[in-house]
Ligand binder design. Structure first.
Ligand code: UDP
Length: 329
């Protein structure tokens, strides 16, 4: 029996595949390579190129392979783009998941782990954020992820499927081997953008606002290493295999760092002065996002290994300094 990883050529998907294979599991990947990279596909995984919105394609994967459980990363994930092109997000994220669920139900596949996001909460009402807090997304990306969670809920009630939804905070870092890492185009995330400065690809990093109500005025985020996220997916698959009930879990370190602290740590790791320029706030950025992941620790037995920001940035730098253009030569 295999685990099917949808979006297994993307950032978090590829890191999860590496961990699954390290644990001796059989892995099948399906990815349309729209934002994923063939070079990120683990050589020991079986790879199908195709789109989950295509029912014939996803049916053929389930027909050809013995799939025990699905891990679903196949979605668009850029907050800014989701605001200028919302229908792209409804189409890929929601319609894709609808077709996937139809095919899973038809094939009697009843376990799925799903990549969700802190963006489902919107502006937090209290810190740290708990799974039981209100969900009021402030962007289309978060809205589609929340709708996908609800789709799983109603389908699980009707068809007996079980799901785990994992709400990530700020995914970052790269595989310790330096073989795979973060490669978005365009890049919008803080750590890879900072590392473009010591890589000679940017003059400086821009800080989006320093007048927030935080200790140094810049936004606070909960940075969580991609390998820790990957481990949580494996624990969630095992939880479902052992009969665990459908549930939702936050995944973060429970510690917040300001934008200025992240830049300072990158200076220390890279030995580069990394000039920073403060500009206007970015629309839709909450001042502070910090997770409570106690539930994942208690129920799934999750133990993040990379709580230290310096270690996280060291792993990211190992990747970016050797792959300044990501997977493109
Ligand atoms: N940020 C910044 N400059 C940049 C990119 C991001 O100051 O060039 C800030 C952003 O406002 C947020 C934090 O860094 O407070 C993390 O942003 P990112 O886009 O990495 O993740 P998000 O929190 O939006 O998911």
């Amino acid at each position: 029996m295999s685990i099917l990883v949808l979006g297994g050529a993307g950032y978090i998907g590829s890191h999860t595949v590496y961990e699954l294979i390290d644990e001796g599991m059989e892995v099948v990947i399906a990815d349309n390579l729209e934002t994923g990279y063939a070079a990120a596909v683990h050589p020991k995984a079986k790879f199908y190129q195709g789109d989950i919105r295509n029912r014939e394609f996803i049916d053929s994967v389930f027909d050809n392979e013995k799939i025990e459980a699905v891990i679903h990363f196949a979605a668009n994930s850029l907050v800014g783009e989701s605001m200028t092109n919302p229908l792209k997000y409804y189409d890929n994220n929601m319609c894709g998941t609808k077709v996937l669920l139809e095919s899973m139900v038809a094939h009697g596949i009843d376990k799925i782990v799903f990549s969700s996001t802190a963006a489902t909460y919107g502006e937090p009402e209290s810190i740290p954020i708990l799974e039981t807090d209100n969900t009021k997304p402030t962007n289309t990306y978060g809205e589609t992820k929340l709708s996908m969670e609800k789709m799983f809920y109603w389908v699980s009630r009707a068809h007996g499927l079980r799901y785990v939804s994992l709400r990530y905070f700020n995914a970052c870092g790269a595989h310790v081997s330096g073989q795979i890492g973060e490669a978005h185009n365009p890049e919008t995330h803080l750590i890879p953008l900072i590392l473009k400065v010591p890589n000679g690809q940017r003059e400086n990093i821009t800080i989006f606002g320093d007048d927030y109500d935080t200790k140094d005025g810049t936004c606070v985020r909960d940075y969580i290493h991609v390998t820790d996220l990957a481990q949580a997916h494996i624990l969630a698959v095992k939880y479902l295999m052992n009969g665990g009930a459908s549930d939702i879990f936050n995944l973060g370190n429970g510690v917040g760092f300001t934008v200025k602290e992240v830049i300072e740590t990158a200076r220390k790791v890279t030995g580069h002065p990394i000039p920073a320029v403060t500009v206007e706030r970015r629309a839709g950025d909450p001042a502070k996002l910090i997770a409570s992941s106690e539930k994942a620790v208690k129920v799934l037995g999750w133990k993040p290994q990379f709580a230290d920001l310096e270690k996280i940035i060291e792993s990211a730098w190992k990747w970016h300094s050797t792959h300044p253009n990501g997977y493109n030569k």
